[in-house]
Design a protein around this ligand. Sequence first.
Ligand code: NAD
Ligand code: DAU
Length: 355
Amino acid sequence: MNILVTGVAGFIGSNFVYYYLEKYKDRKIIGLDKLTYAGNLENLEKLTPEQKERFVFIKGDIKNQELIEYIFETYKIEGIINFAAESHVDRSIHDPQIFLKTNVIGTQTLLNVAKKYWEIDTQKYKDGVKFLQVSTDEVYGSLGPTGYFTEKTPLDPHSPYSASKASADLIVKAYHDTYKMPTNITRCSNNYGPYQFPEKLIPLMINNALNHKELPVYGDGKQIRDWLYVTDHCRAIDLVFENGRTGEVYNIGGHNEKENIYIVKKIIEILREKTGDKEINEKLIKHVKDRLGHDRRYGIDPTKIKEELGWEPEIMFDEGIEKTIEWYLENQDWMKRVISGEYLEFYEKNYGGTK
Ligand code: NAD
Ligand code: DAU
């Protein structure tokens, strides 16, 4: 079986490739990625020689219909998992349009090709070309101090990023409702783990702390995110892709809600303990201007995926954050290579030279 996985050179996409090729020894991944600032082929270098034989990388844009058709034609694709996206909220505040192009039009282009191949060869694709859209809990907006997002929570996105992801979700739903295409949507909470680009909270704080740079906490730092170790997300996506009920949405999250300031202090504590470096301390924390339209709290109710598919998180936060910090300590050269000129330009624009 061949599946098309998009966004394979990004954070979750690359972790998924490792997970999937390890689990299914008879399957192949055709990996598509445009290699934007966030895509890094080095993330896939640790595939074994045998896994590399079952992995084909194609550099390209999910908006390129001709290319997607070529991939379907050449590799007899039986399913798509769409990770490819512009994924950073702060970037979407500075420059929304690319988010609409990639996240909405890109998703629709993939759906269109999947539909075409499903229609022209119903024998080969008798169960349809399964399409899994990797979405986010941010489409539900922001919670007050109590309650959780369920799959029935109304969509109420606030940032250009989350609005583009919500729009993509609605297009996926439309292809299911109108054409009866076999689709699923997963909505996961914040991921952390190896290979995350250092514009996101956890790797950014690790990198800054190691370099004795200020740790920029937006506003009061009491915003809450629901953290999930990346391989728990990959396992959930695999389960939904295999066994999810057609047309259904599944929330993914493990009740690991933490305030941002807690995360930053925890990173300081673990890094100081592991490196013995006393300059890594809370004096580095700097409260900076808040993110525009900043969502206060996310919290997932994972009852549906637990009851229907038996999914539960395996890695709790205390274990996951230790593993993550160890990985970044062991891969400081990776971090140095990732921090390119483009990233430093964005850093200056977003933080305005405040640190
Ligand atoms: P990421 O930014 O690390 O990776 C995105 C990848 O997509 C990059 O490799 C990039 O090069 C590629 N890409 C971007 N535009 C493309 C295009 N037009 N064509 C082909 N490839 C393109 O993102 P991530 O954190 O790995 O997130 C992956 C997916 O998971 C996204 O859809 C995101 O919305 C979703 N998600 C992320 C989180 C999280 O906490 N990171 C949580 C829930 C859902
Ligand atoms: O909830 C899922 C989403 O999680 C995904 O859909 C997104 O792709 C992913 O980027 C992530 O979005 P967040 O905005 O929650 O993640 P980020 O790491 O950017 O920020 C986490 C929290 O930390 C948020 O409240 C903003 C805050 N923050 C972030 C940065 C980068 C800071 O206080 N300082 C910072 O420098």
